[in-house]
Ligand binder design. Structure first.
Ligand SMILES: *Cc1c(COP(=O)(O)O)cnc(C)c1O
Length: 220
């Protein structure tokens, strides 16, 4: 889509979501001009899936906005991810958490992270299962350069968006439960869930962050 159209669509979506919900623009494959359009419309966070792409976008656009990692972090990219991103939404195992903690310590940076939950084990490939999430969170909470600030989930992949609901509900319930445990060093501030075809359902089910790409920018 063109700049003006992206700008208008973004304005419309920003005004339609409740004030407690933050819009993360999913920026994969989009040009700097397209990213500029959503920023001009008021987007404050762009999510990237790949370190390489994030680096290129940040070089062009700078740090007027925040940059989230919303993709799987490969072990050979952790040092770069530590430098580039303002928040990593996709921590789902202790090995990656340890490596990221180490990389953050080396550059004296405290990194906010979300724990990625596998809320639909039939269809999702990534994320820690709900039953193992608390154990992982207790371990990650001990790492001195990471700050757990919420949960993220992809949810399920279905033709009919109404089938997304159970996975989102499960993730929000887990968020409430973890918050009630009051684990030292864990702040449950955000639930990041919902994409172009599911963000409205996600908001109904308690999302505080939605990650939207194709609805803002057009099909990839
Ligand atoms: C691409 C992507 C989105 C946005 O998906 P759309 O369907 O384009 O809105 C959200 N989250 C993640 C992790 C993504 O990779």
């Amino acid at each position: 889509m063109e700049h003006a159209q992206i700008y208008d669509t973004t304005m419309r979506i920003l005004s339609s979501i409740p004030p407690h919900v933050t819009l993360v623009a999913a920026g994969k494959t989009r040009s700097p001009q397209q990213l500029e359009a959503v920023i001009q419309a008021g987007v404050k966070i762009i999510g990237h899936n790949y370190v390489q792409e994030a680096q290129a976008s940040i070089e062009q656009i700078g740090r007027r906005i925040k940059w989230h990692c919303i993709g799987h972090v490969q072990s050979n990219k952790i040092k770069k991810a530590a430098k580039l991103f303002d928040l990593i939404e996709t921590i789902d195992n202790l090995k990656t958490a340890h490596a990221l903690n180490h990389a953050c310590r080396a550059i004296d940076k405290h990194m906010p992270v979300f724990i990625e939950i596998n809320s639909c084990e039939e269809t999702a490939k990534s994320g820690v299962s709900a039953s193992q999430a608390i154990e992982l969170i207790r371990e990650v909470a001990k790492l001195d350069h990471l700050r757990i600030q919420g949960l993220m989930t992809m949810g399920a992949y279905f033709e009919d968006p109404k089938h997304y609901r159970p996975a989102f509900r499960l993730t929000r319930q887990l968020f409430e439960h973890i918050r009630s445990l009051d684990i030292h060093g864990v702040e449950m501030l955000h639930v990041s869930m919902g994409m172009s075809d599911s963000y409205q359902i996600a908001i109904e089910e308690g999302a505080t962050m939605v990650r939207i790409g194709s609805l803002l920018f057009g099909p990839r």
